[in-house]
Design a protein around this ligand. Structure first.
Ligand SMILES: Nc1ncnc2c1ncn2[C@@H]1O[C@H](COP(=O)(O)OP(=O)(O)OP(=O)(O)O)[C@@H](O)[C@H]1O
Ligand SMILES: [Mg+2]
Length: 459
């Protein structure tokens, strides 16, 4: 049941409308002037207001926005004796629900009313319950990651082609797999096509399949990857590497969902969903005529751009904890903890290779840590430790645009080096062999550096 207010100076019209709305099971009230009408709308909650334009105390359009701003935020349906396009335009542009003539039949008068009621019931409904996504292997709760997870949910529910972009190692393949696993196609196959590794001569046969005897060496009928993805998902990894000739035939497959195997004369159907991924800038490639614009348009019904790890530092430690557990389980080791400076080092490194580089470095650290239950910076690859150390020292040196850098470059490098070797000696307890192994430097170079900084095994 809805509350309806009628503002019209025509008493007969007010009575007709009140009768119609009450017959339909709603409550109706009317006012004969704009002033009264507005007061009524401010004092009482209404869902819908029927508003006349030509009123004795002004134009109904003048109070349209005041009505919309009253506490119950009603929808306004304009009713007028004289239809005029200009006022209709003003009314609709200002958010009126509809604009109808008084001469309309009772049915026509009631139709917008029913629609408004349905609409308002819809917005009062609680939002649909979110079905939990299966996110095997996707860790991260930073704001950029949350936006990507929202897109993942959308992509899982819609039958559209998806293009995932992002730097190397940002998780494009794990995302593609998660979209498939959460979609209605999850019970069918997820077929990966590594476009960068397709041998030029066999591309078509690998994708479309071939008939027996189609070419030398084609001893039997071979189903292509596109057919294997029937009912499931075809993941075109590194799609920027797809040769131009194949881009053309692929576009046709995407439009028609059928293709002809090499050497075959019958069209084969396949109902597959495409998810493509690339770390290249396809728009730039289009400008250089290396990628087809029409193909990009087809592939990118929905685009997901995965953030670089340095833009979501808050996720680094959660990802590290997740992967350390996996790696330790794989090596049948008890899981390992992190020292505070290990955590700092991970957070300070810019991770150009993103999550993949982080995972590899953790694997290196676990191997280097031997029986130690705690991972420490000393266990990490040297380049990561040096870079993080540089970042820490850099913080101590004023380096923003307002404050000029006042430190000599060589001095900065020297102090970084000295700091590094001091830590190295202390973590290896002065074991020069270990220092060489960790730093990747020769024995004589290590001794030279220690001498330069007046450091000794005992330091
Ligand atoms: N959000 C994440 N949480 C945990 N691990 C992740 C996440 N994203 C990626 N990884 C891990 O990082 C590694 C690289 O992921 P993936 O292969 O999906 O990256 P990619 O973007 O496809 O890389 P490339 O461009 O080099 O092909 C994998 O080991 C994967 O498990
Ligand atoms: Mg990949």
């Amino acid at each position: 049941m809805a509350n309806i207010l009628i503002i019209d100076d025509d008493l007969e019209m007010c009575l007709v409308l009140t009768t119609l709305v009450e017959r339909a099971g709603h409550t109706g009230r009317y006012c004969l002037t704009l002033e009264q009408g507005l007061k009524e709308a401010i004092d009482n909650p209404f869902d819908i207001v029927f508003l006349d334009i030509n009123m004795p105390d002004g134009s109904g359009l003048e109070i349209l926005s005041n009505l919309q701003q009253t506490p119950s935020n009603p929808e306004v349906i304009i009713i007028t004796g004289h239809v005029d396009i200009d006022s209709a335009e003003i009314a609709l542009k200002n958010g009126a629900w509809d604009y109808i003539q008084k001469s309309a039949s009772p049915k026509e008068l009631m139709l917008p009313l029913q629609r408004v009621i349905k609409y308002r019931e819809g917005i009062k409904q609680p939002p649909p319950v979110k079905i939990a996504l299966r996110l095997d292997g996707i860790i991260g709760s930073s704001p950029p990651m949350k936006s990507c997870l929202d897109l993942l949910a959308q992509a899982s529910n819609l039958p559209v082609n998806v293009l995932i972009t992002g730097e190397t190692g940002t998780g494009k393949e794990v995302f593609a797999k998660a979209i498939h696993n959460n979609s209605s196609r999850s019970h069918r196959r997820f077929i990966v096509v590594d476009c960068a590794a397709l041998p030029e001569k066999l591309v078509e046969s690998i994708l479309f399949g071939h008939e027996k005897g189609a070419f030398t060496g084609a001893d039997s009928v071979q189903e292509g990857l596109i057919k294997e993805a029937d009912g499931g998902t075809l993941f075109l990894d590194e799609v920027g590497e797809l040769p131009l000739s194949v881009q053309k035939s692929f576009l046709r497959v995407l439009q028609e969902r059928c293709f002809r195997p090499v050497g075959g004369n019958k069209e084969v159907k396949s109902d597959f969903r495409i998810i493509a991924a690339t770390n290249q800038d396809l728009d730039k490639m289009i400008k250089k005529n290396r990628f087809r614009k029409d193909l990009l348009y087809r592939l990118k019904s929905l685009g997901v751009h995965l953030p670089s790890l340095k833009d979501r530092c808050e996720d680094i430690i959660d990802i590290a904890i997740y992967h350390v557990k996996i790696i330790c389980d794989r090596y049948k080791l008890g899981t390992k903890g992190f020292s505070p400076d290990f955590v700092d080092t991970l957070k300070l490194f810019p991770w150009p290779g993103n999550v993949r580089e982080l995972v590899h470095s953790l694997e290196t650290a676990i191997n280097a840590s031997g029986n130690s239950p705690t991972l420490m910076p000393i266990h990490l690859p040297t380049n990561i430790r040096l870079e993080s150390m540089r970042a820490t020292l850099g913080k101590k040196i004023p380096n923003d645009s307002q404050t000029p850098v006042m430190t000599n470059y060589r001095d900065m490098i020297n102090s970084t080096e000295k700091e590094y070797f001091k830590n190295l000696l202390s973590s290896t307890r002065g074991d020069i062999k270990k220092c060489c192994g960790i730093s990747g430097l020769s024995r004589s170079r290590v001794y030279d550096i220690l001498k330069k900084h007046h450091l000794s095994k005992q330091s």
